[in-house]
Design a protein around this ligand. Structure first.
Ligand code: NI
Length: 175
């Protein structure tokens, strides 16, 4: 049972961000309400994507809106993302790893197959920002964030911010 009211942005190194999320079994009103809540959270923090674990819900679902508007939110339920083409390293951030912008190597293109909010399957080919966002959000439901994915040099460069996030996490745990 998902308590939508309790959904809020989760930050690295919360355990919900580190585990493999579970498949959505049925696209019902609870899932539709979850998407509304995830959209609110994403827009409040001016993001272009948000995955279930980032709202504290370990389900295989994410939303993407490349221009960060409500109208253009697209929902991906139980997605599979297949990368194609070459790799490129571009700076990116994550609402769950605030204060960190770092170059991440990702494929330039990808294919995605998923279920939409009406329960229908669809597939899509993506490139550019959308391809990058799809791979980023897919990482989230597989339990990976940019904090885990960044190289050792970037980890050293961002060590203060990562340490701060860990300390904030420990403070929340002991509240
Ligand atoms: Ni993210």
């Amino acid at each position: 049972m998902i308590d939508i009211e309790k959904c809020r942005i989760t930050h690295y190194p919360a355990s919900v961000l580190a585990g493999r999320a579970q498949p959505v079994e049925k696209v019902d009103d609870t899932i539709r309400r979850l998407v509304e809540k995830m959209t609110d959270i994403m827009l409040e923090h001016k993001g272009i994507g948000l995955a279930g674990p980032q709202a504290g819900v370990p389900l295989r679902i994410f939303i993407i809106s490349p221009d960060s508007t409500r109208e253009n939110v697209k929902v991906y339920i139980n997605p599979t993302v297949t990368p194609t083409g070459g790799l490129e390293a571009i700076e990116e951030g994550c609402l769950s790893v605030p204060g960190v912008y770092t170059k991440i190597r990702r494929y330039k293109k990808c294919k995605v197959a998923a279920t939409d909010l009406d329960g229908n399957e669809f597939s899509q080919e993506a490139e550019g920002l959308l391809a990058r966002a799809l791979q980023h959000e897919y990482d989230h439901i597989e339990g990976t964030t940019i904090a885990n994915k960044m190289g050792s040099v970037a980890k050293i460069a961002h060590r203060k911010q990562l340490k701060k996030l860990k300390e904030q996490h420990e403070e929340r745990e002991t509240e």
